[in-house]
Design a protein. Structure first.
Length: 263
């Protein structure tokens, strides 16, 4: 029997919880429920009001409860994006937080909630535990149309620059780690060379199966170069420390069934 996730903005076919089917993720962040055991998905800090922070479930993010709590005209930023993998590797920041509510309205992309990273590239969310053996990454995002030539890092790290963005491409052909750039990389489930493919300003599902271990400690930002972060919208980031080649089509299919990114 399939477990059902109901999104109050749109009605879709029954969806299975991704992590119940494709278990073993090292870290998993989303504003939908990825696991049947998920409770809160995000902690939000509001620009006005007391208490200043509160936790929210996926349903509360989508059904208006979050907007009501933040308040009309106020902003809500992401203090913690909870890890749904069961490993407790939450993504957090006390400063330079991306926003989930802007002027009293939940950020949305293609009718689904999202997190908005600022156009100055300084927003980031740090993992509680740095990952040094990343082998598979799945990320749903949209780069701001005016920021396609900025150095948008898909993931970042305090020491390495394994996911180094190119001047206009998703990965730099020289600086991105060979295990990342030479892996089995896809955009919308189609094999794609991320070192020669220019960034696009549409909603995309990027999946990467590395040939070896890569390091990441945040979404996103490069070492101490905090202007090298995502500039746009992020909806989901799932990271495995195992090779998910055999599951990539299924994982991408589950993600696409929820977000409706490609046909």
């Amino acid at each position: 029997m399939s477990l059902i996730y109901i999104n109050p903005y749109t009605f879709a076919a029954a969806e299975t919880f991704l992590l119940d089917t494709y278990s073993g993720a090292a870290a998993a962040y989303s504003l939908r429920n990825l696991s049947s055991s998920t409770t809160n998905v995000v902690r939000v800090k509001r620009s006005s009001g007391s208490p200043s922070e509160a936790d929210f479930t996926a349903l509360q993010v989508a059904n208006g409860d979050l907007e009501t709590w933040v308040g009309a005209g106020n902003d809500g930023s992401v203090a913690i994006w909870y890890d749904q993998s069961g490993n407790g590797n939450d993504a957090f920041n006390s400063v330079n937080q991306p926003k989930i509510v802007i002027s009293g309205a939940v950020s949305q992309l293609n009718t689904k909630p999202c997190i908005t990273y600022s156009n100055d590239g300084t927003n980031t969310l740090n993992f509680s535990t740095r990952l040094t053996t990343v082998r598979s990454v799945f990320e749903v995002l949209k780069i701001d149309s005016n920021q396609l030539s900025a150095s948008n890092f898909l993931l970042g790290d305090t020491t390495n620059y394994d996911y180094h963005g190119g001047g206009s491409t998703w990965l730099d052909p020289s600086f991105a780690a060979a295990v990342v750039r030479n892996g089995s990389n896809r955009i919308n489930n189609t094999i794609t060379n991320l070192t020669t493919t220019n960034r696009a300003s549409s909603q995309l599902l990027i999946s990467m199966i590395h040939t070896g271990n890569a390091a990441a400690s945040r979404i996103s930002a490069d070492r101490n170069e905090f202007a090298r972060s995502i500039r746009g919208l992020v909806q989901e980031v799932i990271i495995y420390t195992t090779d998910q080649t055999s599951n990539v089509a299924g994982i991408n299919g589950n993600i696409n069934a929820h977000y409706g990114i490609y046909t």
